[in-house]
Structures are given as C-alpha cells and as structure tokens.
Design a protein around this ligand. Structure first.
Ligand SMILES: [Zn+2]
Length: 184
C-alpha cells in the first residue's frame, strides 16, 4: 500500500528536545549541534524532493554538509550506540526525512517501540524512498537499507517486526531529521 503525504499541508521542522548527551554515533562529536540549537524551519510538503530525484555529491561536499556523527552513519555505514540517538524514544506525529538530502523516509504512524534503542518502523513512507542491499559484514547476513535519493546508509531491515508487514526497519537516529505536518 502506498503511503502518500497529505496534500496542501505545510510542514514545520522543529528542534528536537529531550535528547541527552551522547547523540548519534560519534557520541562526543564536538560539531554535533545541541538539540536546542536546531533552528525551526517551515517548508511546504510539495518541497519534498520527488521519488526518482537523485542527489549525488562528492565526498568532500558530504563532509562539509554533515556533522561527524551523521557522516559516520550515512557515508561510512556506521552504527550509533543503542539508546543514544534522538529518535528511539520520540513519539511526535510527523515525517522522518533523510538527514543528508531531506527526502521523506518514514512516517510516525509506522514507528513502533522495538526496545532495541534504535528508531524502528514497519515500512517506508512510500515505494521508491528506501532501497536495500545484502550486507555480509561483521559475520552476519543482513539487509542494509539506504536512502534511495542520496544512497545515505540508514540501518538494516529484519523480518521480526510487528503487523502489518512483519518487518522491522532498524534505523540510526543520526541518519534522520524530523518534520511535523501542520494543517493550515
Ligand atoms: Zn538521502
């Protein structure tokens, strides 16, 4: 089933509060902005890049755009420590977007508490947003998932999730940003 964003709604990106120390993978990264410093910005939902709109940047440009923690996860396939990210215990209604390119990836309606310490979802927001690849690193056979727009690493998907899909998209908070959808 295809999940569509509500039409004609404006989207408000808010700073996330309630995050303690140790956000993201490189927990003590000096250039990781504190949650209180994340600026509020408003965008229309139509400003989301459409499916199929690719964003390919040089490694130098990704390093410039991303924090050290974001770069470690998104471009180096890193994994943040459990229970340290911004979103594992985050319950607001809205859309989780790629921290690298802004593409919408997951909806709060599909988020569930997996108890793993990483934000977990039963499915992506819509077809064509999240791509997957077989991953045999660390002596395990897993399915890696990444942003279909910018190839940024997100996490892995497992088949031990709840209904309706039975899937568990186990995602690093550092690879995500959050926007709230506000009715006019
Ligand atoms: Zn992306």
């Amino acid at each position: 089933m295809k999940a569509l964003l509500p039409m004609g709604l404006s989207v408000l990106c808010v700073g996330i509060t309630g995050c303690g120390t140790g956000c993201g993978a490189a927990a003590s990264s000096p250039d990781e902005p504190s949650p209180a410093s994340v600026p509020v910005r408003s965008v229309a939902d139509a400003d989301f890049p459409p499916v199929g709109n690719r964003l390919e940047l040089s490694d130098a440009e990704w390093r410039r755009r991303l924090t050290a923690a974001q770069y470690d996860v998104l471009r180096e396939q890193g994994t943040e420590r459990a229970f340290t990210g911004r979103f594992h215990d985050h319950h607001e209604q809205g859309v989780y977007v790629c921290a690298a390119c802004g593409a919408p990836l997951f909806r709060s309606e599909d988020k569930f508490d997996s108890g793993t310490g990483w934000p977990s979802y039963t499915r992506p927001i819509e077809d064509g947003r999240v791509a997957s690849e077989r991953d045999v690193t660390l002596g395990m056979v897993r399915t890696e998932v990444h942003c279909a727009r910018c190839d940024g690493h997100l996490g892995h998907v497992f088949d031990d999730g709840p209904p309706p899909t039975g899937l568990r998209y186990c995602i690093n908070s550092a690879s995500l940003d959050f926007v709230t959808v506000r009715t006019p």
